[in-house]
Design a protein around this ligand. Structure first.
Ligand code: SF4
Length: 52
């Protein structure tokens, strides 16, 4: 499967996940924070996620 070598991703539940080798197949993703201020890695997420 063709993927973006710059975006590694292990979210196998996503529609855009490259199951062959754990990459994202999108050209660009939006990384978002889901708290007012991001202090830890848990505060950030992939905003381009779409349930497969
Ligand atoms: S859209 Fe986000 S969650 Fe989905 S495969 Fe790409 S990086 Fe992973």
């Amino acid at each position: 499967m063709k993927h973006n070598s710059s975006i590694g991703c292990s979210v196998s539940e996503c529609n855009f996940h490259c199951k062959d080798d754990n990459y994202c197949t999108l050209d660009k993703i939006e990384v978002v924070k889901h708290s007012q201020t991001a202090n830890t890695v848990e505060c950030t997420d992939c905003g381009s996620f779409k349930k497969s």
